[in-house]
Design a protein around this ligand. Structure first.
Ligand SMILES: [Zn+2]
Length: 402
């Protein structure tokens, strides 16, 4: 049976056998190679049903069986593994800086990747149109067509300028982009937030034992995604930016949300820029004055350049942001107790930022040794969001409510 036929059956059919096939395939994809008895236990099926369904998955070409396990006397147990190359996934991150397309197999290995620089003026629709044309070429280069794709995942939120009307984006723009991509390619399209996609890639590729994963990115604004497993559940769409509005100072700086003292005003890249500008206005010395001739020219690149040059003013501003970001993460850990916190975004790999975040959290949590949360830096990879977009295609295909 052709892949597209199997997958469309998986997507549309609600019958109990299809659901069981999907459940088994998902366990093998995530945990394989795995033994039949482990499978029947995890999927809560009796051994005979499980064996029959495994035979069917083998016939469909989605899995293989091999005698590879440790023998416990008598016959060697059979291990079931997914056939990752049975199909392909495409992940796209649309961004007004660099957009990325990746082609993946079912194990989420990246097989091909392509990066496109935006001119900065395109609308999301124009950008997506260009990216879909590029995807077509990428498929042809690998002797593939859209029929070989199990679906396309699209992260569209990084294309939005600051202050965009989020409700309008979620209600109109996102469904419009999804429909546009589906009509053009004939593939099922999963569209969502880049933060959720990156969180899913982290979970699937590095932290699959986690039961409560908190993922956060520190860029111009601060975002987060929480993954509760299994089955995976995400926070509702449109809430990725909520963490940035956690109150850190009751009488603090005004925020564009209309309240005071939000995390974004202290821990984000924009906060660092504001701090640097304020200090310069007071006439404090900084290498920045030799890098730009006008205050308007002070952007993130200039500040990062100054930090590389060991400028005390900019380094201090970065440290202060890391301190506040660390306090906010400590608040999350105290109230929610995730087992893993993953920090990503532009700031995490900069200078001592992440080390200061870790130190701040450790100091705050020193009185709670029973809280055992691991804090790690995210993949420092530009393709992680699109990789997660591909993972989301599988997630939505295998969910009971696609
Ligand atoms: Zn706010």
């Amino acid at each position: 049976m052709a892949l597209s036929g199997i997958l469309s059956e998986f997507r549309s059919s609600k019958n109990s056998k299809t659901r069981k096939l999907k459940a088994l395939w998902q366990i093998i994809l995530n945990d394989g190679p795995v033994r039949a008895d482990t499978l029947s236990e995890k999927a809560n099926m009796n051994a005979a049903t499980c064996a029959r369904l495994l035979d069917e998955l083998i016939r469909l070409g989605l899995i293989s069986a091999a005698e590879l396990g440790q023998s416990t006397g008598g016959r060697k147990p059979i291990l079931y593994s997914a056939n990752p190359d049975k199909g392909r996934l495409a992940g796209i991150e649309i961004s007004n800086i660099y957009s990325t397309i990746v082609l993946q197999n079912f194990r989420l290995d990246v097989l091909a990747t392509c990066k496109i620089k935006a001119t900065g003026q395109e609308t999301p629709q124009v950008l997506l149109d260009k990216l879909l044309t590029r995807l077509q070429t990428l498929l042809e280069e690998h002797n593939l067509t859209t029929a070989d794709l199990a679906g396309i995942g699209i992260a569209a939120d990084y294309t939005l300028p600051a202050g965009s009307d989020r409700q309008a984006v979620n209600e109109y723009l996102i469904p419009h982009l999804k429909e546009m991509a589906e009509t053009r390619t004939g593939c099922p399209v999963t569209i969502g937030s880049g933060v959720n996609f990156a969180a899913l890639a982290e979970y699937r590729l590095r932290h699959k034992q986690s039961r409560r994963l908190f993922f956060t990115t520190c860029d111009a604004e601060i975002r987060s995604s929480t993954i509760l497993s299994e089955p995976i559940r995400f926070m509702p769409p449109g809430t990725e930016n909520a963490f940035g509005h956690m109150t850190l100072d009751l009488r603090g700086r005004a925020c564009e949300c209309g309240t005071f003292g939000c995390l974004n005003q202290y821990g984000s890249m924009e906060a660092i820029r504001n701090t640097v500008v304020q200090h310069l206005r007071r006439g404090e010395p900084s290498v920045i004055t030799t890098l730009v001739s006008d205050e308007q020219e002070i952007d993130y690149h200039v500040i990062f350049k100054a930090i590389e040059l060991a400028d005390p003013l900019c380094t201090e501003a970065l440290e202060e942001a890391a301190y506040y970001y660390g306090q906010a993460i400590a608040n999350i850990i105290l109230s929610f107790q995730p087992d893993v916190v993953v920090c990503g975004g532009t700031l995490t790999p900069k200078h001592t930022f992440f080390a200061t975040v870790q130190k701040t959290v450790a100091q705050k949590l020193a009185g709670f040794p029973q809280i055992d949360t691991q804090i790690v830096a995210a993949f420092d990879s530009y393709e992680v969001v699109s990789q997660g977009a591909g993972a989301m295609v599988l997630e939505s295909l295998l969910s009971d409510n696609p």
